[in-house]
Write a protein that binds this ligand. Structure first.
Ligand code: SAH
Ligand code: SF4
Length: 334
């Protein structure tokens, strides 16, 4: 899909055409201008030539049919992944990528291991949602939630991520409510603070994953420059400004961060968050390399300790492990 030349192609047309064209792409979700029957044949073919709607994607369906991964080839040949998660209640979440690869190099994350290629443009981010919106429309369904939990660190591509969010949130486009859009960050302080100052109702998730700097730096190199205390400061700033709840993400890695002592340390650490406007999401780890998934008994025990300390704690359900579409498994081998 490439709409950069849309206005140029429609320059000689009456002004309402542009609105019609955008409606065709983002509301009617057409995948070919030939289907825009309110346009002349000539205009349709001009649009097809200059503003193609096709998205070059290959799909991988998980056995349980709860997730569908798409491998999209971008115009420069680089590839990104995006995932549709189908919930049992009929709701649909799309997990978007913000970068090709990721420069943060977290040791447990497949995307981090592939290195960083480049930031995605606004259109390349939007395209991922459009791809699944088209597919769901055929089933009379729609995207209910968007999460920036695919490849990349969204706050290192702040302007394009926010640009795409504002676009997708717009009533004239996909109309996805801000409250149903979430950004997950490894703890980019500047991004958290910037978001705090925007009057947007989107959700923020922080990938904490360890209760001390000593432990965190062993899996997240970026923790050197952005230690936990700075992240907590940024969270407090965000809570002050927005009053919106923050999700603290914590992946459970076997014999690394999953002991009773770690749970107690985490509970202690979280007391530094000034308002009780947060909850912890314990994520079952998708094994990569030397890191393994915690036993479910350990996860239960960890959760109970947090709950006893009055910290709301949820467990994240695992999707699409068989097609490597689960968190931290998105990587393109090239
Ligand atoms: N860069 C951002 C967003 C993308 S990662 C971030 O790190 O927050 C989305 C989530 O998946 C993060 O919480 C990330 O830490 C987590 N994740 C990465 N690798 C994982 C793995 N192997 N198993 C489970 N979760 C993982
Ligand atoms: Fe990047 Fe997030 Fe993976 Fe870390 S966990 S390498 S920040 S995508």
């Amino acid at each position: 899909m490439n709409l950069i030349r849309l206005e140029e192609v429609l320059k000689a047309e009456p002004s309402f055409r542009l609105k019609q064209a955008k409606q065709a792409v983002f509301v009617d979700l057409l995948d070919n201008w030939d289907k825009a029957t309110n346009f002349s044949m000539q205009l349709r073919s001009e649009l097809n030539e200059n503003c193609p709607l096709s998205i070059d994607a290959e799909f991988f369906q998980s056995i349980k049919e709860d997730s569908l991964k798409a491998l999209i080839t971008l115009s420069d040949g680089l590839k990104i992944e995006t995932v549709l998660l189908r919930h049992s209640d009929g709701r649909n979440t799309v997990c978007l990528s913000s970068q090709v690869g990721c420069p943060m190099g977290c040791l447990f994350c497949a995307t981090g291991k592939m290195g960083f290629k480049r930031n995605l443009t606004v259109e390349e981010i939007i395209e991922q949602a459009v791809l699944f919106a088209r597919l769901l429309k055929k089933e009379d369904k729609q995207i209910n939630n968007l999460v920036f939990m695919g490849m990349g660190e969204p706050f290192l591509n702040y302007d394009n991520v926010l640009g795409a969010i504002k676009f997708l949130n717009n009533k004239n486009n996909l109309n996805i409510g801000a409250r149903h859009i979430s950004i997950s960050t490894i703890g980019i302080i500047e991004g958290i603070k910037k978001l705090a100052n925007q009057s947007l109702q989107i959700n923020l998730a922080i990938s904490l994953h360890a209760p001390s700097n000593e432990l965190r730096v062993r899996i997240i190199p970026a923790n050197k420059k952005r230690p936990i205390e700075k992240i907590i400061d940024a969270i407090n700033y965000y809570l002050d400004k927005t009053g919106r709840r923050v999700m603290i993400e914590y992946i459970m890695i076997k014999d690394f961060n999953d002991s009773v002592e770690h749970a107690r340390q985490l509970a202690e650490l979280l007391k530094q968050i000034e308002r009780p406007l947060y909850f912890v999401n314990l994520i079952s780890f998708n094994s990569t390399g030397e890191f393994k998934q915690s036993d479910s008994v350990k996860i239960k025990q960890f959760r109970e300790i947090l709950i006893r300390q009055k910290i709301e704690t949820t467990l994240r359900y695992r999707f699409g492990q068989d097609i490597k579409a689960a968190c931290g498994q998105l990587a393109v081998n090239e």
